[in-house]
Design a protein around this ligand. Structure first.
Ligand code: ZN
Ligand code: ZN
Length: 350
């Protein structure tokens, strides 16, 4: 059954669902645009789109009717819809007030059942989605191989980030999956540090977190490499992070609870004496958005399903000294997982 059919089945006569978020619009229509809405009733689904996109949308969208539209509200009023479901996760308070004024007589429903239905659908990837993510990850792996030959003393974090981004876009990435993180030396203790003009020095760890985008789908990988030499402590921290990651990867399969997977990695890091140094979740789902649900963290009680694509990214961050993170992306199956990341994980010293 198609994605839109599944939604239609959950609507009664007189009811409609209004989808405005970019990721859900793209998920349901395959069409990327900066504006527009998908209006779904029990009987029909329409992409309401403005003049800038209309010609292309009409030629490409196969999953629903494409309607040239100036005002989504007028279209809703003209459709005789009495009960309208909204995306709770997306509608701002300002937009809600506007809708309350413009759609007098239409009941605006805050029941998040469709947010949940679509999130559940998006969490399980189909063949086409898996293929796009595999291609995005291939470009990411190629980016890592390329940049290894370009990291040297004296180059700045920002310069490395730009070099990597340009290379990956030339390899076919539509854009970055997120702003790349390239942090070195002391900066590497910042899990989401922004690349600076700091120059690489001998003895630095360099953590690079980056990903490509193909057909709208993201990839996500982190590697930490060293330049010149590493101390015994740096090496011990690296090996602890790697063993935590491998232990978690070995346990991932459909049916496992997300927070239990997080605990496997967290226990290894804490038992090695680094309590408090791994201050974020172990991983997250990836798809049209870089962070999707479910997530590996200390509270997520969701059960993994075959078809989930998850990152596994333990880290240890020692304030004002250095940090290490290693991140792979896996496809969950009934009896394990397929690692989509090919890049080397042994400590590389350049
Ligand atoms: Zn990442
Ligand atoms: Zn990630």
């Amino acid at each position: 059954m198609s994605r839109i059919e599944k939604i239609k089945q959950n609507l009664c006569d007189g009811e409609a669902l209004l989808i405005k978020s970019a990721a859900n619009r793209r998920y349901l229509t395959g069409f990327p645009s900066s504006a527009g809405a998908v209006l779904i009733t029990r009987k029909c689904a329409r992409l309401l789109i403005d003049f800038r996109y209309f010609e292309k949308a009409r030629a490409e969208v196969k999953t629903c009717e494409v309607v040239l539209c100036r005002s989504v509200y007028d279209e809703i009023k003209a459709s005789g819809i009495t009960r309208l479901y909204l995306e709770n996760e997306d509608v701002s308070l300002a937009e809600l007030s506007r809708m309350e004024q413009k759609l007098l007589g239409t009941e605006l429903l805050r029941d998040p059942k469709f947010d949940k239905l679509i999130a559940d659908m998006r969490a399980v990837k189909d063949e086409g989605e898996l293929m796009a993510i595999r291609r995005a990850q291939k470009i990411t792996d190629e980016g890592f191989s390329y940049i290894l030959g370009r990291i040297e003393e004296g180059r700045t974090e920002r310069d490395i980030m730009l070099d990597l981004e340009f290379f990956m876009r030339r390899q076919g990435s539509e854009g970055v999956a997120f702003d790349f993180i390239v942090v070195s030396g002391k900066n590497s203790s910042l899990p989401h540090g922004v690349p600076t003009e700091r120059k690489i020095e001998k003895g630095d760890f360099i953590t690079m977190d980056f990903g490509a985008r193909v057909e709208g789908y993201c990839s996500d990988m982190t590697r930490t490499v060293a330049v010149g030499n590493v101390s015994e402590e740096q090496s011990a921290v690296y090996e602890t992070v790697l063993s935590a990651q491998k232990a978690a990867l070995a346990e991932i399969k459909a049916g496992r609870v997300c927070r239990d997977i997080d605990k496997i990695a967290r226990d290894i890091i804490e038992n090695a004496g680094y309590t408090g140094a791994f201050g974020h979740g172990l991983g997250h789902s990836v798809g049209l958005e870089i962070h999707e649900n479910p997530s590996f963290n200390t509270v997520c009680e969701t059960t993994l399903k075959a078809g989930n694509i998850m990152t596994v990214e333990p880290g240890i961050y020692l304030e004002n000294r250095f940090g290490v993170r290693i991140e792979d992306m896996v496809y969950v199956t009934e009896d394990g997982c397929i690692n989509l990341t090919r890049s080397e994980k042994k400590l590389i010293i350049l």
